[in-house]
Design a protein around this ligand. Structure first.
Ligand code: KG4
Ligand code: ZN
Length: 796
C-alpha cells in the first residue's frame, strides 16, 4: 500500500482533514508531488478542535484502511486564524510528527481555502475575507487561472475599510472590475466589504459559504503548489500570527516606534517584527547592528548567487545541482551574509543529529577581512543549538590558513590529517573539531538538571508540563529522575511584570519539540521504550495547558503509548516523593504557588480533601505584586526572599489576615495593600525605603499565617505527616519555619528539594507513576481545564 500525507487545519471553527495517497516517488523534503486525495472533509467543530481532532484523524485512517505507520508526512494549516485553534493543530502535528519520525510542513490557511475554491471550478479574481475577531479581517487576494493560483501579497490583518482600500488599489492597478467574494469575515463585515467594492464599481459574485473554510484536499493542493522552503523539522514550525500579544501591542503603542509606524497599523504585514523572536528557531533576517551586513537562512531562490560566490573562490566545489540537492535534504542549515542585496558569504551545516559537520564557509574575495566569516561561523553554531547540537567537525584545505585561523580562534583543534583529500589538486585536508560550548554549559542551557544511571525495574515515564511559563519535559524510571529539562520563558514575561498568557502559549509551541527531544536524547531512552507518557492537563493557563496536551496526545497516539493527565498541584506534592519515596498518606499538605494557596488533607493515595484556600491572591502572587510595587522585576518571590535575608522581620508590623479566623482560608490581598500603603506613605514622607526590612516584614507576615494554619490543620486532622509544595516552597524562611513548627509538634515534615520547587516535569512524572496503576489513560478526546481541585481526574 502506498504511503500517505496526513493533512489538517484547525484555524477556524472547523476541522479540515485530508489524506493524500502518494502516487509517485517517495515523499521527500518538499516540492510539488502528485497526490491522490483519498479523504477530504470539513467538519464543523466550534470550540472543540482539541477534543475532536485525533478522533477524526483516527476514524479517517480506519475508514480509508490506512494505519498510522503509513503516514509519511504531515501538513497542517499555520493560520492566520484563531491563535489557540492554530496552535492546537500545530501542537498535535508536532507530537504526531515527532512520534512517527516524519517531516511536518505547513501551508497558509488562506492558501488552502484558495486551493479549494479553485477545486470547486471557480476562476478569476477572488477575495477571501476571514474573520479575525476584534472587528478585523484576514484577507487574501487571489487570481485563479489556467496555470494555477496567483496570490497578491501575504498574510495581513486589519480593519475591513483599510484592507478594502488596499485590495481595491491592487484590483484597479490591474483593471479588474469583477471579483468573487467569500469568507467568514462576511458574516460581520459584509456591508463594509461589498460597499467598498460597489463604490469602486467592481461587481461581485458571492461564492458558496462553504468555501469559507478549507478542506483536506485544499490543504494538500496548497502543499503541492507551495514554493516556500521548509525544513520539515517539527521543531522549526511556527504558526502565523498577524498580531502581537495584547501586552506587546500595548507596549508598542506606548513606544516611540509606534509613533513612526502608526500609519501602517491598520494594515500590518506578517513580517519579522510581528513574530516574536524565537531563540534559534526563526529563519527571519537577522540584521547585524554592528556590521554593515545581515545574515539570514538561505533558500533555493538563492542558488544562483551562491554559485556565483562559490565560483569566485580559489577552489570552487559546490555546483548549482549540489546546492539544489542540499535544499532537498532534511537536517541541513545554509545561511548567508548579505551586504545590501548582494550575497557576500555562505556557510553550510549538515547532518544535524547530535554532531554538526561544517560543510562550507565561503566569503567573496572582495568582501574578506570584514568579519563575515567569523559572523557566519558564530551565527551557524548558534543556530545549530536549535538542534541541540554543540559539537562540530570539519575538513579544511591545509593551505587555507585564513580558515584554519578562524576555526582556531573559535577553539577548534586539529585532530587529524587526510592526505590527498582534495581531488582537484591532491591537497591534504586538516580535520578539526570544536564546540560552541562545553558539555556542562550545554546541559545548563538546555536545562539538564539531573542524570542518573539506568535502573532495571519500574515504570519509564516521559512527562510534559506547560501549565504556566515553563516548557518542561522529564524522564523518570522507577521513580528516579533520569532527565529533567526546563525551557524557561521567564525573561520574556519579566518586562511585563508577570506572565502574559498569549506569550506563554507562543513560547510553548516554539519550545515543545526541542524540550521533549532533549529530555529523551539526554536520557538515552527512545520514545519507543517508554511505558507511559504523562502531561499536566489542569489547572493552569488554559491556552498554555492545551499546547502541552495537544502535543502529548499527538505524541502518545503516534507512538501508541498510554497518556495520563496529571493535576499540576498534585505534581507539586510529588516533588517530595522524588526525594523520599517512602512518603505516603495520610498527610496534610500546604500548596503554595503563583496561582494557588491551599491546605489539603490526603487520607489515602490519590484522595484529597481541600481544607482551605485563599479567598483572593495566591501566596506567590502576593510576593510578585509586592515586588512590583517595590519596582523589582518578576518573579518577585526569589528577590523578596533574598532581600528579606538582610532585613529585620519585626521592623514593620503588617497585618496577618485571617490568622484567627478558625478556618483554613487565607487572604493576601489586604497584606499586599498594607505593604503598598506603607511604601506610598514612606515615599510621601520623603524617607528612603528600607527594602530589606519591608521584604522581611512582609515575608514574615505570610509565613506566620501559613505556619499557624498548617499546624492547626495537622492537629485537627490528626495527621502525623506534613508536606509542602509549589513554587513558594523554595522560600527558605518558610521551609525553616514549617520544619521547626511541625517538628516541635512531633509531625514528620517533608519539603521538596529546592530544584523541584518551581514548575518542572519530573514532579508530573512522579505523580503519574502513582496514578497510572489506578486511573484510565486519557482518551483521544481529553481536554485541558483551567480550574480543577486536587483529586479530580480529568478523564472521569
Ligand atoms: O509553582 P510555580 O513555579 O508556578 C505556579 O504554578 O504558579 O510558582 C511560582 C511562584 C511565583 O509567584 C514566584 O514568585 C514564587 O512561586 N516563588 C517564591 C520563591 N521562589 C518562587 N516565593 C517566595 N519565595 C521564593 N524563594
Ligand atoms: Zn506550579
Amino acid at each position: 500500500m502506498s504511503k500517505i500525507m496526513l493533512a489538517f487545519d484547525t484555524s477556524g471553527e472547523v476541522i479540515a482533514l485530508g489524506i493524500g495517497a502518494y502516487t509517485g516517488e517517495p515523499i521527500s523534503a518538499r516540492g510539488p508531488r502528485p497526490f491522490e486525495i483519498e479523504f477530504s472533509e470539513t467538519i464543523p467543530s466550534p470550540r472543540a478542535t482539541n477534543v475532536r481532532l485525533l478522533t477524526e484523524i483516527d476514524e479517517a485512517l480506519a475508514g480509508t484502511d490506512y494505519d498510522k505507520g503509513d503516514i509519511a508526512a504531515i501538513v497542517a494549516g499555520r493560520g492566520p486564524g484563531s491563535f489557540t485553534g492554530v496552535r492546537i493543530g500545530i501542537a498535535t502535528a508536532k507530537g504526531l510528527a515527532t512520534a512517527l519520525e516524519v517531516p511536518f510542513f505547513t501551508v497558509g490557511t488562506l492558501d488552502a481555502i484558495a486551493a479549494d475554491i479553485a477545486r470547486a471550478g471557480v476562476a478569476g479574481w477572488t477575495i477571501i475575507a476571514s474573520d479575525a475577531m476584534r472587528q478585523e479581517i484576514y484577507p487574501a487576494l487571489i487570481n485563479i487561472a489556467e496555470g494555477g493560483i496567483e496570490r497578491i501579497g501575504g498574510d495581513v490583518v486589519g480593519k475591513p475599510d483599510a484592507i478594502m482600500e488596499n485590495l481595491i488599489a491592487e484590483l484597479s492597478a490591474r483593471n479588474v472590475d469583477q471579483v468573487n467574494l467569500v469568507g467568514t469575515g462576511l458574516l460581520k463585515h459584509s456591508e463594509a466589504i461589498t460597499g467598498a467594492l460597489a463604490d469602486a464599481k467592481i461587481s461581485v459574485e458571492l461564492l458558496d459559504e462553504a468555501l469559507s473554510y478549507p478542506s483536506g484536499a485544499g490543504i494538500i493542493d496548497a502543499y503541492s503548489a507551495a514554493e516556500d522552503f521548509q525544513t520539515g523539522l517539527a521543531g522549526d514550525v511556527l504558526p502565523v500570527y498577524t498580531r502581537l500579544s495584547d501586552a506587546e501591542e500595548n507596549e508598542r503603542a506606548k513606544s516611540a516606534l509606534a509613533a513612526t509606524a502608526g500609519a501602517d497599523d491598520a494594515y500590518t504585514s506578517t513580517g519579522d517584527t510581528e513574530t516574536p523572536e524565537a531563540p534559534g528557531a526563526s529563519l527571519e533576517p537577522d540584521v547585524d547592528q554592528a556590521q554593515t551586513f545581515s545574515v539570514r537562512a538561505l533558500n533555493p531562490s538563492d542558488i544562483t548567487e551562491m554559485v556565483l560566490l562559490e565560483d569566485a573562490t580559489a577552489h570552487p566545489i559546490w555546483t548549482a545541482g549540489a546546492y539544489a540537492s542540499e535544499f532537498e535534504v532534511l537536517g541541513r542549515l545554509w545561511i548567508g551574509a548579505f551586504v545590501g542585496s548582494r550575497l557576500a558569504g555562505v556557510a553550510g551545516f549538515g547532518d544535524l543529529a547530535g554532531e554538526i559537520h561544517i560543510l562550507n564557509i565561503a566569503v567573496a574575495p572582495d568582501m574578506r577581512r570584514q568579519g563575515i566569516g567569523t559572523r557566519l561561523l558564530e551565527e551557524g553554531m548558534r543556530r545549530c543549538a536549535r538542534f541541540y547540537a554543540h559539537k562540530f567537525t570539519l575538513e579544511v584545505r591545509a593551505s587555507n590558513m585564513a580558515a584554519i585561523e578562524l576555526y582556531k580562534a573559535h577553539g577548534f583543534l586539529e585532530v587529524g590529517l587526510r592526505t590527498n583529500y582534495y581531488s582537484d589538486n591532491g591537497e591534504d585536508a586538516l580535520i578539526m573539531w570544536g564546540s560552541s560550548m562545553s558539555d556542562e554549559e550545554a546541559a545548563v542551557l538546555w536545562g539538564s538538571k539531573a542524570r542518573v544511571a539506568r535502573t532495571e525495574e519500574g515504570a519509564r515515564i516521559l512527562a510534559i508540563e506547560t501549565s504556566c511559563d515553563e516548557t518542561a519535559a522529564a524522564v523518570i524510571e522507577n521513580s528516579t529522575v533520569i532527565t529533567d529539562v526546563i525551557a524557561s520563558q521567564v525573561d520574556f514575561h519579566a518586562r511585563f511584570g508577570g506572565v502574559v498568557p498569549e506569550i506563554a502559549s507562543r513560547k510553548h509551541i516554539e519550545a515543545i519539540v526541542g524540550t521533549v527531544e532533549t529530555a529523551l536524547e539526554q536520557a538515552k531512552r527512545p520514545l519507543s521504550s517508554l511505558d507511559a507518557i504523562a502531561v499536566t492537563d489542569r489547572p493552569g493557563l488554559v491556552g498554555a495547558l492545551v499546547v502541552g496536551l495537544a502535543f502529548a496526545k499527538g505524541l502518545a497516539y503516534g507512538a501508541s503509548k498510554p497518556l495520563y493527565g496529571i493535576n499540576h498541584m498534585e505534581g507539586h506534592l510529588f516533588a517530595n516523593v522524588l526525594d523520599d519515596p517512602t512518603i505516603e498518606p495520610p498527610f496534610v499538605a500546604l500548596l503554595v504557588s503563583g496561582g494557588h494557596t491551599s491546605l489539603v488533607a490526603s487520607p489515602s493515595d490519590g484522595v484529597y480533601e481541600t481544607l482551605g484556600e485563599t479567598l483572593d491572591d495566591a501566596a506567590g502572587e502576593a510576593f510578585d505584586k509586592v515586588a512590583k510595587a517595590l519596582g523589582l522585576p518578576y518573579p518577585g518571590g526569589p528577590i523578596i526572599a533574598k532581600l528579606a535575608d538582610q532585613g529585620n522581620p519585626a521592623a514593620i508590623t503588617f497585618p496577618r489576615a485571617m490568622m484567627h479566623s478558625k478556618d483554613y482560608m487565607f487572604s493576601f490581598s489586604g497584606l499586599k495593600t498594607a505593604v503598598i500603603t506603607y511604601i506610598r506613605a514612606e515615599e510621601k514622607a520623603g524617607r528612603e525605603l528600607n527594602l530589606p526590612d519591608i521584604a522581611a516584614s512582609f515575608q514574615q507576615a505570610v509565613i506566620d499565617v501559613q505556619v499557624a494554619k498548617a499546624v492547626s490543620a495537622v492537629k485537627e486532622v490528626g495527621a502525623t505527616r506534613f508536606l509542602l509544595g509549589g513554587g513558594v516552597a523554595a522560600n527558605t524562611a518558610l521551609r525553616e519555619a514549617l520544619v521547626s513548627a511541625m517538628t516541635a509538634n512531633g509531625i514528620k515534615v517533608s519539603v521538596p528539594p529546592l530544584r523541584l520547587c518551581g514548575d518542572n516535569a519530573a514532579m508530573i512524572a512522579a505523580a503519574a507513576s502513582a496514578r497510572m496503576h489506578k486511573t484510565e489513560p486519557l482518551a483521544l478526546t481529553a481536554d485541558a481545564t483551567s480550574h480543577a481541585p486536587l483529586g479530580m481526574m480529568g478523564n472521569q
